[in-house]
Ligand binder design. Structure first.
Ligand code: PLP
Length: 401
């Protein structure tokens, strides 16, 4: 064999090898033993290996881990949390059919519904997230899929998911849950009667703000196969490298969630006491919409807190946010580092009025020492309430933003 060929025909090192970590298997081409096996490769799309895009040992390992956590028989990884929403919607809704989204759905859902679904003749309907079993009056055979997202994005209403899924099941309508907030460690939507549970693994599951991925889980083999087929038709797959990051993050998810939750609970009283804040939202607060459903259906909360500020704080808000030296300003959440997101007013709603009209601040409480977070928030609240921040001047940690 010539040297040029030897460079290509590198013999594999063989022998027993079993690392404690999950190996990263990169692949496009999968090699088959025979022509017949190659010609039958399509049958491997759901379980085996036929092409790198459709699954590698690394991505299948992650899918099995997610399925086990969700209490599902099947899971499918997709390129982002939003891709999980899009894929699920497109796999089950056809022209002329209606799909229901809660009024507080993840923000990209609304432009997707209004500007994309319409082109394919799929009719989106936004509904009151607190509707519960009352959804029965709105749905008929033209509805193919009802989404729940609990707690909902930004405003954190907890839905009566069992009442909604029961109403849908009676009418033969599929239900899907966006379980990103809770992760399968805090809530298992399939146990609440939902057919499909999706998560943005970009948030708590991977947990380090360095990977974007989504998961879709179900107990229904037929639904799983339709989802997998559609992921193929849409050309979607995930890389082994990124799947391994999610697997690594998942190992510490339970302790990360506990830490973020504890710190958030620790900070709630001080936020509640500030006269700059009209309402604090966190599912563990007795006044949070749907708190009773949270107590019934969840095993805990997380580090996400939403603040509805008094309208008069608007002018001071940028300086107050920038004074929070432990918080990076940015979208997304669920990582190890604290992040703050700011909106001038609550997100658009069409089925229900916005809870308040002032600015909205979302805190993703991270794993810093809670005293440092308290100190950051004190600086913010002092500025908001019109005083000057006590103590030293601060510089934003740009490296962490
Ligand atoms: C972030 C998020 C998504 C989208 O996830 P990406 O991975 O960023 O696409 C979907 N739903 C909820 C509730 C989210 O918070």
């Amino acid at each position: 064999m010539h040297d040029e060929t030897k460079c290509l025909k590198v013999p594999r090192a063989i022998g027993a090898f079993n690392s404690l970590s999950v190996p990263v298997h990169r692949a496009s081409t999968i090699v088959f033993e025979s022509v017949e096996a190659y010609q039958n490769r399509r049958s491997a799309i759901y379980d085996g290996y036929s092409y790198g895009l459709y699954g590698t040992p690394t991505t299948r390992t992650l899918e099995h881990a997610i399925a086990a956590l969700e209490g599902a028989t099947r899971a499918l990884m997709v390129p982002s949390g939003f891709a999980a929403i899009v894929l699920t919607t497109l796999a089950f809704c056809a022209t002329g059919q209606r799909v229901f989204f809660p009024d507080n759905a993840y923000d990209t859902v609304r432009p997707f519904a209004d500007r994309f679904l319409g082109r394919y003749g799929i009719v989106p309907v936004f509904y009151d997230p607190m509707i519960g079993g009352g959804i029965s009056d709105l749905i008929d055979s033209s509805v193919q899929l009802v989404w729940v997202e609990s707690p909902g994005s930004m405003t954190l209403e907890v839905q009566d998911v069992p009442a909604i899924t029961a109403a849908c099941r009676v009418k033969g309508i599929l239900t899907a849950a966006d379980n990103t907030y809770a992760t399968p460690l805090r809530c298992k939507p399939l146990e609440l009667g939902v057919d499909i549970s999706i998560c943005a693994a970009s948030k708590y599951i991977s947990g380090h703000s360095d990977v974007v991925m989504g998961s879709i889980a179900t107990n229904n083999e037929d639904l799983f196969r339709q989802l997998k087929d559609h992921s193929r038709f849409l050309g979607q797959g995930v890389s082994a490298d990124e799947a391994s990051l999610v697997l690594r993050g998942m190992e510490t998810m339970a302790v990360r969630l506990d830490r973020c939750e504890q710190s958030a609970l620790h900070l709630l009283p001080m936020l509640d006491a500030s006269n700059a804040i009209r309402e604090v939202r966190h599912p563990a607060l007795a006044g949070n919409p749907g708190h009773e459903f949270w107590k019934r259906d969840f095993t805990g909360s997380t580090g996400l807190i939403t603040l509805f500020l008094e309208p008069w704080t608007q002018k001071l808000l940028p300086a107050a946010i920038e004074a929070m030296d432990q918080f990076a300003i940015g979208a997304s959440w669920g990582g190890t580092k604290s992040v703050v997101a700011v909106l001038d007013s609550p997100p658009l709603r069409t089925a229900t009025p916005a809870p308040h009209d002032g600015p909205v601040v979302r805190l993703s409480i991270g794993m810093e020492h809670p005293d440092d977070l308290t100190c950051s928030l004190e600086k913010c609240l002092t500025i908001l309430t019109g005083g000057t921040p006590s103590g030293e001047t601060t510089t934003k940690d740009v490296g962490s933003a």
